[in-house]
Design a protein. Structure first.
Length: 156
């Protein structure tokens, strides 16, 4: 796993540092890519991260690379975002077991579709609450790490 992470993430980022891209831009790109990568709508992160990378003039390959790397985290965080969104809005969370959902679909298909839509919208709001502090936190942590990697690669 360590070798895979190094080959797929660390080495490409160090390559960007070698090309002269600033550590600040790469740290921001990685932070933005990671946070957009956990956006609680499966399938929406590629276009969303591309749009943000272009708008902020970040390195698009770095942002997309991190977006793809955090995909398992996006899936793992769906239920917590659903529940956090329900808590934020003071509503009962949607039952998320497969058997409960199937029973709900059989009883009231359009009602469940509506509830899933509402649940997803609340999850997006929940993500919105944490995204800026998370980007800032990741940036603050990553910038010195990338600076260290850059200085380490230049001295070799």
């Amino acid at each position: 796993m360590k070798q895979l992470l190094r080959k797929k993430l660390i080495d490409p980022l160090v390559g960007l540092l070698k090309q002269g891209i600033s550590t600040e831009k790469i740290a921001l790109g990685v932070s933005v890519g990671a946070v957009i990568g956990i956006f609680p709508v499966i399938g929406a992160t590629t276009l969303l991260s591309a749009a943000v990378a272009l708008a902020l003039r970040l390195n698009l390959p770095a942002v997309q690379l991190v977006n793809y790397v955090v995909y398992p985290l996006q899936v793992a965080l769906l239920i917590p975002f659903f529940q956090f969104g329900a808590w934020l809005f003071g509503v009962e969370p949607l039952p998320l077991s497969a058997t409960e959902l199937m029973a709900m679909f059989k009883a009231d298909f359009w009602g469940v579709v509506s509830r899933l839509w509402d649940t997803t919208m609340r999850a997006i709001v929940a993500w919105g609450v944490i995204c800026l502090p998370l980007v800032i936190g990741l940036y603050v942590v990553l910038r010195p790490i990338l600076q260290f990697l850059k200085s380490g690669k230049e001295t070799r």
